[in-house]
Design a protein around this ligand. Structure first.
Ligand code: 0O2
Ligand code: 0O2
Length: 215
């Protein structure tokens, strides 16, 4: 029995905090080297206790198997401008030595029946505690802004319908998912044009700064 959930979740919170800093640091490095950033923004959360308990019942996960069987107690999300950026981010994560990738699920090539698209990675991440090192599972979801827009809206509707959407709504959501993906594909077509403009814009902002603020 988990008697103290706050204690149980402590290493997960630490992992989320550390990974937010690390992943946001990747974005900063792109910006400072005047390259197009493959990362637009990063969010993270520890799954609320009620959601963990609800998922344990739904997925028949025993409490003593929780650490191994629930992969998204710690969750990070990386938002990108372009689909191509997602695969670049995945490559960067594969090269890191501070985490081990255990699983990859490409729901972009293999779109879910709901219309959901994202690239999921499950990593094992070591956190340093006063009791020693603990390796925990973390789920990283990587998606475009358009995929995130769709998933956020669909997720909020889930609260109302508990996943049991009326047929008409579910068909509309699927169509909306395809429209969002078409937008991503259109943007990919003009990606080089956009990236060039964005790099010029950030360079102009740099030039416009007073000299003592230029690093
Ligand atoms: P809801 O209803 O849960 O969607 P910061 O100050 O930016 O460092 P902050 O503000 O505490 O940190 O949190 P952050 O990083 O902005 O992200 C919090 C929101 O992002 C939460 O929404 C999470 O739902 C969502 N989120 C981020 N990453 C994940 C993830 O990997 N999985 C899931 N399921 N959600 C994620 P809210 O506002 O709590 O609302
Ligand atoms: P939350 O915190 O509400 O987001 P499982 O994790 O066991 O449900 P599986 O196959 O092990 O399923 O993992 P999967 O499908 O790779 O990842 C599940 C997570 O992906 C979900 O977390 C969502 O964050 C996201 N996701 C998957 N399918 C959909 C979908 O159709 N719509 C939306 N909006 N998000 C989806 P949870 O468990 O729902 O938790």
């Amino acid at each position: 029995m988990i008697e103290n959930w706050q204690n149980f979740l402590l290493p997960y919170q630490q992992a989320v905090n550390e990974l937010k800093v690390k992943l946001r640091g990747m974005r900063k490095q792109y910006q400072d080297s005047e390259q197009h950033s493959t990362i637009e923004f990063v969010t993270g959360r520890v799954k609320p206790i009620d959601s963990i308990k609800e998922k344990m019942v739904r997925r028949h996960v025993q409490e003593d198997r929780l650490e191994q069987d629930m992969q998204d107690i710690a969750g990070l999300r990386i938002m990108c401008q372009f689909v191509e950026d997602i695969y670049e981010v995945v490559d960067l994560l594969r090269q890191r030595t501070d985490m081990t990738i255990l699983e990859e699920r490409d729901y972009i090539s293999n779109v879910k029946p709901s219309g959901y698209r994202s690239y999921h990675i499950v990593i094992e991440y070591p956190v340093q505690l006063i009791t020693g090192e603990k390796r925990i599972l973390v789920e990283i979801q990587i998606r475009t802004l358009a995929m995130n827009f769709w998933a956020t809206i669909e997720h909020s509707l889930n609260y109302k319908y508990q996943g049991d959407f009326p047929e008409e709504l579910s068909a509309r959501l699927k169509r909306a998912a395809e429209a969002a993906f078409q937008l991503d594909e259109e943007m990919s077509e003009i990606r080089e044009e956009i990236q060039e403009a964005q790099t010029l814009f950030s360079y102009k902002k740099f030039l416009d700064k007073p000299d003592d603020e230029k690093e």
